[in-house]
Design a binder for this molecule. Structure first.
Ligand code: SF4
Length: 345
């Protein structure tokens, strides 16, 4: 999607862009203008940056390209959810999902091609990790979807473990936060991790972002099976990290809990979850497992979900049932493959 001889300017953080301009002997305040053109106005040619001198535009053109993504496939669900598939320069593919929520759309973006974490309930995990996405490849999912209208929230919950690609993810967040560009504040962006403990601390040290932890089990025995990363960072270590990580005054950690019928949806599980969350500023998202042919796991019964939620609410734990959107286009949680569906599009 970009000219290979040139550097994609969307891979530069603001400090890098400023430094590059200084290196060219240009005024560094031009960086703000460039950011405004690229991310604020969606311009994809230096020629359109009319408040830059012709000389600077030529210099930029000699060194940089501006990548501009168009999805190869867009599928729209009957509930309005849209799944975008993008083909990358090396022919790999990634997906993003745009989820309408009361007129305020959320975009779920990917951070890797595939994933190394092998969570048993997730299709992405079954393919293994192919490669990390570059910062520009993370940012471009947002830029491309913005052409379909404004996005209220961004969630890093698509393909990949964001903390397994920490440097590029942080750079992408810095770019998305730029006031003169997309202008997303940290409160509108949430990053979900399977629980890479050292990287969780590193993230908190380097950038502000909403944190979600994909929990899904309340014993090490079950979590080891569902999420092999638990063998490296077991529950006690993960929950201690959640307590120790500094939070903003009103910030809570979101715990995602995919309810799987007969696996982790009993009252005993709910009881253990309450115990695990004791002393934490937490909220829980309850997501019913989406059945698919590649998995033997079952969807929980509606009554099991209701009872699980009630148990948490009665103990003053914020617990929200998340409706799985986009199931008819395999855009729901854990269904992203980065591959074209077999059916006719
Ligand atoms: S749930 Fe997330 S971390 Fe786990 S395999 Fe899937 S993409 Fe990777």
């Amino acid at each position: 999607m970009s000219n290979n001889q040139l550097i994609d300017i969307k891979n530069l953080s603001f400090p890098e862009l400023t430094k590059m301009l200084a290196g060219l002997g240009k005024e560094t305040f031009r960086a703000k203008q460039i950011v405004k053109w690229i991310y604020g106005r969606g311009v994809v040619s230096f020629d359109e940056m009319t408040d830059l001198s012709k000389g600077l535009r030529e210099d930029l053109k000699q060194r940089f390209s501006i990548s501009d993504w168009t999805p190869e496939v867009v599928e729209t669900s009957k509930d309005g959810t849209r799944k975008y598939l993008y083909r990358l320069n090396d022919q790999e593919t990634v997906e993003s999902v745009r989820i309408p929520m009361d007129g305020k759309d959320t975009l779920c973006i990917s951070t890797q091609v595939g994933c190394a974490m092998q969570c048993q309930f997730c299709l992405t995990g079954t393919f293994g990790l192919t490669r990390n996405l570059e910062a520009s490849e993370i940012v471009n999912q947002v830029c491309a979807s913005l052409k379909d209208g404004p996005l209220h929230n961004i969630v890093l919950m698509g393909m990949g473990e964001p903390l397994h690609n920490l440097d590029n993810v942080i750079k992408a967040l810095e770019i998305l936060y730029l006031d003169d560009g997309c202008g997303y504040g940290a409160r509108r962006v949430t990053l979900s991790t399977s629980g890479l403990v050292p990287q969780m601390f590193e993230l908190a040290k380097r950038i502000k972002v909403g944190l979600a932890v994909s929990l899904n089990a309340t014993t090490d025995e079950l979590r080891d099976q569902l999420m092999p990363i638990n063998k490296k960072y077991p529950l006690a270590e993960l929950m201690k990290a959640c307590k120790d990580i500094p939070l903003e005054p009103r910030q809570r950690i979101t715990f995602e809990y995919i309810l799987i019928g007969g696996v982790n949806d009993t009252r005993t599980d709910a009881k253990r979850l309450v115990k695990l969350l004791h002393g934490l500023r937490a909220k829980v998202n309850l997501i019913s497992f989406n059945e698919h042919p590649e998995s033997d796991f079952k969807r929980p019964s509606a009554s099991a979900v209701d009872e699980f939620q009630r148990y948490l609410l009665d103990r003053d734990i914020v617990a929200i049932k998340r409706a799985s959107k986009g199931q008819d286009i395999s855009a729901a949680c854990g269904q992203l493959k980065g591959k074209l569906e077999k059916r006719e599009l």
